[in-house]
Design a protein around this ligand. Sequence first.
Ligand code: GKR
Ligand code: MG
Length: 429
Amino acid sequence: MKIIDYRVTPIAFADPPLRSAFGLHAPYALRTIIELVSDDGVSGISETHGGAAVVADLEAVRDLVVGRDPFQLAQLEHSILSSGTSLGRGAGKALWEGKLQSPPRTFGAIEVACLDMIGKALGRPVCDLLGGRVRDHVHFSAYLFYKHAGAGGSLGFDTDPLATGWALARQQAALDGEALVRQARTMVDAFGFGSFKLKGGVLPPPVEVQTMKLLAAAFGTEMPLRIDPNAAWSIPTSLHCARELEGLLEYYEDPTGGQAGMAEVAQETRLPLATNMCIVSFGDLPEGIRLGSARIILGDHHFWGGLRASIELARICRIWGLGLSMHSNSHLGISLAAMTHLAAAVPNLAYACDTHYPWQAEEVIVGGKLHFEDGMLPVSNEPGLGVTLDHAELARMHAQYLACGLTYRDDELEMQKVEPGWKYVQPRW
Ligand code: GKR
Ligand code: MG
């Protein structure tokens, strides 16, 4: 089997004006779709981060991909990681994502497409190529955001008066605790999620602590809760909030920045600390383990080097007694399918995975959006990832990419459009 065609297509899709410590989401989120075709006519697809630098990295390895046997992943990984073809740029500006390394992302995106292709050739789901499933359903968590009014995309910052239910909640502003509880209620009603993650680092810490308390009061203390201020808090603020939140949280995600800062907070609180910011690659693990910067790692196959590397991460977590959860960014169904296969194959994934998926209305796969039931997705039995690329939607979202003019994620710039002079600072409080 030989890869004879390799297509890299940047796309953009509507994204609501969600807030985070980095600023505000732009009206469009960017992703990249990879398609491989083999000499015997089998295709493989994947989805990764978006924007011009990501596309350039994927294009730079074209000659290493075309002509390759998709089964020879170790060879391909070695040649991409050692090729020096990476431009070494991140998907976003002024984000922790600047810390992410491009070669594992580039390889990971191609690896998923190869696994999809291999699965289709063998008639087996991707999770079977990762060791097989240990579960038939994967739990996801409700990802709550403070947000401005609007649904993104062509709707811009306006709302659609005909929208109801979650479609309406997705458009409504939510900039205080009560509005967040309403958002949470609608999300649970629509998707049945059984845990919450609040994207913090947006409003002053007492407001965010209060939001967590309101969520606990509204949904009961048995509902697992997490807050993720994306390192917007200083060490003293993180410790103060930890005292307020003790007993309330399933885990405390990146309250403060850096391995040493996180370790200092970890030493002073009983809350388990989690991260997708200070441990983001295998190279970060020795220091993280030595310092005790986090008890839970939020893996993400998009930047840890693919699905097989994520299985290796899971084993390391098991050996070192670390918990494992899963991180997400704005994404579509191909990523969600890959996350689900990975989650199915990881025995020690003890937490519901993050997903931004409910925030997106568009889809690039045939049949439209995947459906959560009771906050879970079933693990597909279909060959490969079990999803098919909708080429008409791909073309439409590529045209949207070209038309929207965005080439990288810049939440700070977007924030400045509504609050002139706003600056990303870490820590803010
Ligand atoms: O979508 O604004 C966002 C999130 O803040 C995202 O950029 C983070 O990568 O979800 C992420 C996280 O858990 O840190
Ligand atoms: Mg996080």
